[in-house]
Design a protein around this ligand. Sequence first.
Ligand SMILES: NC(=O)NCCC(=O)O
Ligand SMILES: [Zn+2]
Ligand SMILES: [Zn+2]
Length: 468
Amino acid sequence: MGELLFTGGTVVTAEGSYRADVLVENGSISAVGASIGSDGIETVDASGLMIMPGFIDAHTHMDMPFGGTMTADDWATGTEAAAAGGTTTIIDFALQEEGGTLAGAFDAWTEKARDRAVIDYGFHVAITDLRDDIKAELPSLAAKGVASVKIFMAYKGTPLYTEDDDLFETLQLSKDAGVLVLVHAENGDAIAKLQQQALARGDTAPKFHALTRPEAVEAEATNRAIRLAEVAGAPILVVHVSCAPALEAIHLAHERGQTVYAETCPQYFAFEYEDLAREGFEGAKYVCSPPLRDPSNRPALWNGLKTGDLQIFGSDHCAFNYEGQKELGKDDFTLIPNGIPGAEERAMTLWTLGVREGKLSENQFVAALSTNQARIYGAYPRKGTLAPGADADIVLWDPELSTTATVDNRHGNVDYTPYEGRSFTGGPAAVYVRGNLVYKDGEVVGERGSGRFVERKFTATKGLEVRV
Ligand SMILES: NC(=O)NCCC(=O)O
Ligand SMILES: [Zn+2]
Ligand SMILES: [Zn+2]
């Protein structure tokens, strides 16, 4: 691969914004500056556009078994949807199978991704069964380039659910193994009891998904996980924070100086509890966990993103078709597969509702979507920045691009979009992975199988130091 020069645009990084050209050589950035000579070099005119580091989505579920079915997007369609949203790397959850090993999860996910991904990728391994041999195996993950594991405190009654003793020991072991522990923080016991009681009353509709997972069960589990991490002396990351009381637990940990990272997601800004209460069974299209909340939580979440209590914005893309999949829960909300698509809409949502509304700066936008993700998950500075030496993962962002989401113009493999009819201002005009064009003007042009595995290495920074 030769040279490529991006000219005339405004470079926007987590640190600042300035007019500069960006030179790419052999898939890496080789120079960023005001006057790079263009003689004999292929140029890309970025006039009127922002040149940003490729976005990283460290929360996706591609081709994953869940709720008695498989997610609708595989690694081809799922990464195409992500690319169409400006994402150049995903970090997906490789599930340890019942009776299986961590290496087995890694190998299975490698098989799923290898010939399909159009963008780069890494894996978190979700530990579902902390047997003695798994405890012994855990330290080998770092050598495979896996810098993070996940524990589910929710979904009691499924193989994912993990008790506190195993969460605590995972925190202890991971600290020594140089691996970051991610938690899905909701109180699985309380939810299971509330669900039983709801069904016994005949409350079977989708809205009871939210009513049996109140904010306090998320706040309680968030605080419990953080305190267990404190006892273990380990860093921790709380995924998909949905509400103010859970964020409060994170904020208090930061006040104490504890290393706690935290993510929030587009669905908690774009949708709300009322969407679950839509006519008929429509609410099933909005079932995800933690559930959609009352909009009164949003000011706190915006403030968390602004101050750095929440450092990252991931999609939690976990897509199921309405027909045949969401419908599994027609008579019982507990059987609706949990999750919604959002990889394509993640950045557009944050720009439209956040940057354009004056809640975040363009630099905070890049931090939450790219730089903080790379730093926390151990891919920086290869990913997450436009500095010389970094992979040439580049988004040409059009701050005025006007689009409206419909199921027909989505790039994933889902029979509906929760964003149907939603208009965005701001979106990617073109997206490059290691200097290769993968998306332009509405069309994914990247080759399936061209994505590469990204080896990551976790180095804990104090939670407060990643504040932007
Ligand atoms: N979030 C959700 O509803 N589904 C995906 C699995 C998870 O992240 O909990
Ligand atoms: Zn989760
Ligand atoms: Zn998830």
